[in-house]
Design a protein around this ligand. Structure first.
Ligand SMILES: [Zn+2]
Ligand SMILES: [Zn+2]
Length: 329
């Protein structure tokens, strides 16, 4: 909602002409520019997840053959309603940034031309698509040329194309590395596509404050660290044993014993660990009965296991021997 308002405001501002008080020469923090890219890719991932969930109930692997094309399509859809309409990606809008065209000599803000926006979309989505598709494209090309006479030619051609593609992609990677180093040096154009199309992130509002405050980030970091710690710690805690120790410390062992006495035959009807009808009933030395799997897994996990019902030392699980009376047929 906020975003839409912001965009509307921007569009209205655009129709009135550039805001006079935003100087595009004001340098933008490098971290904000990188954050904007990060937010954009997170958004794209989010949209993709939502989209693929729509096909959750269809045949599995339905989307896989078309995944690169669908991703490009979603990217273009996002591009149409964010960058194309307001000259800023979603991540940039969140951080009060927008693109400024560097192909202008005037010191005032100039939004990107449609051609620049298109170039940005093609240069962002194109290489990724090519990378994901290169293998199937090459094999497809090989198949279409396949014939008895041209088989050798096609394999040669395929090899040549593959080599050329590898060369081009390594040149592109190297260029983007150089671009990033230059970005770190002068703080402009974090990605190569922006440098080529002449798009530079500038502030959309004067006196901008980071929408994400450091206090919030600290809290987030702290909570994240705590959650990680819990994930590490929780499996190491034997909750059942802890519970048994605490309950025997609070209520005393005698009360548990008395409880056990009163139960009588009822104890045979449920497993002392899971509370269900015991499957393959086993005993550990006291009068309580357990499922084989319950007691076995617990004795493996905890060598000094005590019966959770009465607190008696648990020995090796033994099969419950029942005497079954046979009635005449
Ligand atoms: Zn059980
Ligand atoms: Zn017991």
């Amino acid at each position: 909602m906020d975003l839409k308002n912001e965009n509307n405001r921007k569009r209205r501002a655009g129709s009135r002409g550039p805001e006079p008080d935003v100087d595009p020469q004001t340098p933008v923090l490098r971290i904000s520019q990188l954050d904007a890219l990060e937010l954009d890719s997170a958004l794209e991932q989010l949209v993709w997840t939502q989209f693929s969930q729509c096909f959750q109930n269809c045949r599995p692997g339905l989307l896989t053959p078309l995944e690169p094309e669908l991703r490009v399509l979603l990217h273009l859809l996002l591009w149409r309603f964010t960058l194309y309409s307001s000259s800023a990606t979603v991540g940039q809008s969140l951080l009060s940034l927008r693109y400024h065209s560097t192909f202008t000599l005037s010191p005032r803000y100039r939004p990107l031309s449609p051609r620049q926006k298109l170039g940005l979309a093609v240069l962002t989505a194109g290489p990724r698509w090519l990378q994901e598709r290169s293998h199937s494209l090459l094999t497809g090309l090989g198949l279409s040329l396949q014939g008895p006479a041209s088989e050798r030619d096609s394999s040669l051609l395929q090899q040549g194309l593959r080599k050329a593609l590898t060369l081009v992609s390594s040149i592109a990677k190297f260029a983007s590395l150089i671009n990033f180093l230059v970005f770190i040096r002068n703080g402009r154009h974090p990605v190569l596509a922006e440098r080529i199309t002449g798009a530079r992130a500038v502030f959309s509002k004067p006196n901008v404050v980071r929408d994400v405050t450091y206090q919030y980030m600290n809290r987030e970091l702290l909570w994240h660290g705590f959650a990680e710690f819990l994930i590490f710690l929780l499996p190491l805690i034997n909750t059942r044993k802890l519970k048994a120790t605490i309950s025997s410390a609070v209520f005393g062992r005698q009360s548990a014993d008395r409880e056990g006495e009163g139960e009588g035959q009822e104890v045979w009807k449920e497993c002392g660990l899971c509370g269900e009808w015991p499957t393959m009933p086993h005993m550990v030395g006291c009068q309580h009965v357990f499922c084989y799997y319950c007691i076995k897994s617990h004795t493996i996990a905890d060598a000094s296991l005590t019966c959770p019902k009465c607190g008696a030392e648990a020995g090796q699980p033994e099969v419950v021997k029942m005497e079954v009376e046979m009635f005449g047929r």
